[in-house]
Structure formats: C-alpha cells, structure tokens
Design a protein around this ligand. Structure first.
Ligand code: ADP
Ligand code: MG
Ligand code: MG
Length: 212
C-alpha cells in the first residue's frame, strides 16, 4: 500500500459517495434521520480537498490515512463520522507500524482488521446488529482469506468488495440493535443499513484503485 494508491482509494471513495449520496440518504430516511448521504458527502469532499493540496514533503500511505480519518471525525457529523474516522486512523497507524514493504497485501489485511476492531471498540456493535460493522466484518475476512491464499492485493480487494456488497444485502433482513435505527425495533427489518452501504462503497473504491 503506497501513498499513490492510498490517494486513489480516497479520491475514488469521495467520487462514489458523491455519486451515491441520494441513495445513502434514502436508506437513512427509511430507518434513520435522513442525513447519512449529506454527512458522508461533507466528510469525503473534505478529505478530497486536503488531497488536492500538494503535500509538504514525502507522505506515507499511513500518514494519509490517519489524516483522512481525522478529517472524517471532524467533518462527517452523526454517529458514522467517528466510526469511519477512527477506522481510517487505525488502518493508517497499523500501516505506519508495518512500514511500506511489498508484502502481497499482508500489512493491509492486518490494517483492515485494526480498522474493523476500532469500529467495534467504539460502537460496540456485534455481528448481525445491522451496522457498518457487518460489512467490515465480512470484507475484512474475505480480504485476509484471499491474501493468505496468495491471491495478491488486487484480487483480494476485489474479493473484499464483493463480500462487502453481499454484506450490505444481508443487513436488509436484520433488526437494528445499534444506532438510531435500533429505535425502530422490528420496523428496521426490510431495509439496508445506510452505514453498511457506505462501508461497501469504501471497499469498492479500494478495489477500483487497485485495478487502475
Ligand atoms: P446518525 O445516525 O447520527 O444520523 P449517520 O446517519 O451518518 O449518523 O450514520 C448512521 C449509520 O451509522 C448507521 O447506518 C450504522 O451503520 C452506523 N452506526 C450507528 N451506530 C453504530 C454503532 N454503535 N456501531 C456501528 N455502526 C453504527
Ligand atoms: Mg442519520
Ligand atoms: Mg443524524
């Protein structure tokens, strides 16, 4: 994971969020307060804006991710901001600790686990609670499995993106047990979770960046 790929990932994520923001808002109107698309668009456009400025000297992938996470925490607003923000910060810190050696995606696999764990630590969601965690769980697992089988980062990111899509669809039949949607009880069943949909965009953006 180098800084060029990281930039491409974050910029792709910003593009996808921009393109899908109305759908994210529709999902949040059904089971939340209808601000998720706007929240995400505000956060990722702020991240894209910081990437447009030329860096002062060399910047690592880890530093870019920590800084993107900090931007998301301070700009997204809503429950999802600190959760996505902390996940990017955790990933960035893990990559910083691992160094940038070419390791066939193993450092990224470990970093994604750190990202997933930071979401769980902060939000206390369990699998099946109908949150973004449901996507991080299956996508991280798929990425790690693919890397361990020797698939390489590009194919592993594709596998993670596909698992993430499947993970969003799986939230439809779940009852929300965390966040605003949990106030609806059984009425949250039958709708996809908005934060899970955003998490899938983040994994799709990674796969697209790797393919370029
Ligand atoms: P808010 O609910 O404050 O308006 P958003 O609409 O931006 O915030 O984000 C809602 C999303 O945040 C949910 O769809 C869910 O995926 C995620 N979320 C909320 N609470 C939690 C939690 N405790 N753990 C994990 N994810 C959560
Ligand atoms: Mg909301
Ligand atoms: Mg809100």
């Amino acid at each position: 994971m180098d800084s060029e790929l990281t930039r491409a990932w974050l910029l792709n994520a910003a593009l996808l969020v921009e393109r899908e923001k109305d759908r994210l808002t529709q999902l949040d109107l059904a089971i939340g307060d209808g601000d998720h698309g706007v929240n995400m668009q505000r956060g990722f456009s702020a991240v894209a804006a910081t990437l447009a400025e030329p860096p002062a000297g060399d910047v690592t992938a880890g530093q870019l991710l920590v800084s993107a996470g900090t931007t998301l925490v301070s700009t997204v607003g809503g429950a999802s901001g600190p959760l996505f923000g902390s996940s990017f910060r955790a990933l960035g810190k893990a990559l910083e600790a691992a160094g940038e050696a070419d390791d066939d995606g193993r450092a990224l696999a470990d970093g994604l686990i750190a990202a997933r764990d930071s979401i769980q630590r902060m939000g206390a969601a369990q699998p099946g609670d109908k949150t973004m965690y449901d996507v991080y769980e299956v996508a991280t697992e798929a990425f790690g499995r693919a890397v361990r089988s020797g698939a390489g980062p590009k194919a592993s990111a594709r596998a993670a993106a596909e698992a993430a899509e499947e993970g969003v669809r799986a939230t439809e039949s779940m009852q929300a047990r965390r966040g605003r949607a949990s106030y609806l009880g059984l009425r949250s069943v039958g709708h996809q979770d908005p934060g899970a949909a955003s998490a899938a965009l983040i994994f799709r953006a990674l796969a697209t960046a790797m393919e370029a």
